[in-house]
Design a protein around this ligand. Structure first.
Ligand SMILES: [Fe+2]
Length: 474
């Protein structure tokens, strides 16, 4: 049986197709429509998906009645109704947090785990704890709106002039430049413990009485990140205490906070964060909830297929000669990070490369870049004893002088470990660079311009090459 999973009518619309436990396709609407965080599916995405098979059932993310009720209480439904439908196909819908839990647990290798979901808000839930055992997922705890980890973080994102629900990752990067203690007490008053918040953050921060200057923004970001980490630590200890499980599945938009995620390894023995833990990933969660069993997870390369072999030789030559290479090949990543198939790769030893890549991408110059390291060499270059194949953890760099362009101002790096099994082409590229230079690390950043979705298909590649005059290797 083929099941189509859909997330529509809120940010990050996405769709996926599964067949008897195999994930045939999973893709983001924005990559096709070019509208960042697009709310709705589009014909190009659906046509791409349908080329992998015709669905026998549709699984929608979110329970329409509860969602409608909450939106109407908030002051209006807006353009709420899902647009996509196929006549005569049976459809079901699944609870927001339950879909997050299914997306995480059913893509994990665990048969017994605690599942923590933290985001801004589902229908009503904001923080939930579940236990997954075999094929059963049972809720153990829930916290409802308005106390919300996600709304707290987004409200401060807005306060410092960034776009809430979209630019939280920029505030996380800014935190490294600020003084976390400057507003620690003040910010912690807004979120004093995991059960209490000062007020409803949906309406933003209404009583901040300090000036918001260019310098203060970084201190606010650092203090918010610190408070978020303190509360996350409390919440995860609570989840461990009430379930006693040593395997953690962490899902929801909050699981994208790579700086905070590293602490999870101090509390749990094993951690799984699906590479698309936010709402887009819950299209897969709804389909998995319908299927009700573990899926066969072979990696995040599930989107539009450009075909072709990974252009190893061309990339290595380009990096050794010009220091920077853009690559687009094979299937697009399902998730917000470019993990080698829609990436800009660069020599991390050159201290000026960071500014050069930032200029290409038109990003703020303070924004850090991430390294991709051969999995087998990761512990000697970074302070880590776990794998990070999807760039989900920030750790201390042990050799910052050798690879300065992938080290943040606070001495950390958001690491991607690459293995031969999950992305053999990218592994080969980094390994060849290692053989030539003795450095098993490259800079890896997404192939896009700031604020725009990642490049997806041949048309995007052509447009980029004409606009920027740089070749994309395929
Ligand atoms: Fe969510």
């Amino acid at each position: 049986m083929i099941v189509l999973g859909i997330n529509e009518t809120s940010h990050d619309a996405a769709a996926c197709l599964i067949k008897d436990g195999e994930i045939l396709f999973a893709g983001h609407a924005e990559r096709y429509s070019k509208l960042k965080n697009d709310w709705y599916l589009n014909d190009d995405l659906i046509n791409d998906l349908m080329s992998y098979g015709k669905p026998d059932a549709i699984a929608y993310y979110e329970k329409p009645f509860s969602k409608k009720l909450r939106l109407s209480l908030r002051g209006g439904l807006g353009d709420w109704k899902p647009r996509f439908d196929i006549a005569d196909i049976p459809r079901s819908s699944f609870n927001h947090h339950y879909s997050h839990a299914c997306a995480g647990y059913f893509t994990s290798k665990f048969n017994d785990a605690v599942i923590v979901v933290l985001d801004a808000i589902g229908e009503w839930n904001t923080s939930t704890i579940w236990v997954g055992k075999g094929t059963e997922i049972t809720q153990k705890y829930k916290k409802n709106y308005p106390v919300s980890f996600g709304l707290f973080y987004s409200a401060f994102t807005k306060l410092i002039g960034l776009m809430p629900n979209q630019e939280e990752y920029i505030m996380m990067g800014m935190a490294g430049y600020g003084d976390p203690n400057k507003y620690l007490y003040k910010v912690s008053q807004y979120f004093p413990d995991i059960n209490t918040q000062k007020y409803n953050f949906h309406k933003g921060i209404s009583d901040w009485d300090e000036p918001i200057t260019e310098k203060n923004k970084f201190d606010i970001a650092a203090s918010v990140q610190k408070v978020y980490e303190l509360r996350l630590n409390e919440f995860m200890h609570f989840a461990y205490k009430i379930t006693g499980k040593e395997n953690l599945v962490f899902m929801g938009g909050c699981a994208l906070n790579s700086s905070a995620n590293t602490m999870l390894w101090n509390i749990f023995k094993n951690v799984w964060i699906m590479p698309n833990p936010g709402d887009a990933g819950s299209s897969l969660g709804a389909a998995a909830a319908f299927y009700g069993k573990h899926l066969n997870w072979n990696g995040p390369y599930l989107g539009h297929d450009l075909g072709g072999e990974y252009p190893v030789k061309k990339i290595v030559e380009k990096i050794l000669n010009d220091k920077i290479a853009a690559v687009a090949t094979g299937r697009a990543e399902f998730g917000p990070r470019a993990l080698g198939n829609r990436s800009i790769l660069a020599d991390p030893r050159d201290p000026d490369i960071k500014d050069k890549v930032n200029l290409i991408k038109q990003r703020e110059l303070f924004r850090p870049f991430a390294p991709v390291v051969l999995e087998e060499h990761a512990p000697s270059w970074f302070d880590m004893n776990f794998k990070s194949p999807y760039m989900q953890y920030t750790v201390k760099c042990l050799k910052p002088n050798i690879i300065p362009s992938v080290v943040h101002v606070d001495g950390t790096s958001r690491v991607q470990t690459v293995s031969k099994s999950e992305n053999p082409g990218l592994w080969e590229v980094v390994n060849k660079f290692y053989e030539k230079t003795g450095v098993p690390v490259l800079l890896n950043t997404s192939l896009n311009i700031k604020g725009q979705p990642l490049l997806n298909d041949r048309e995007d590649i052509k447009e980029w090459e004409i606009a920027y005059g740089t070749e994309i290797l395929q």
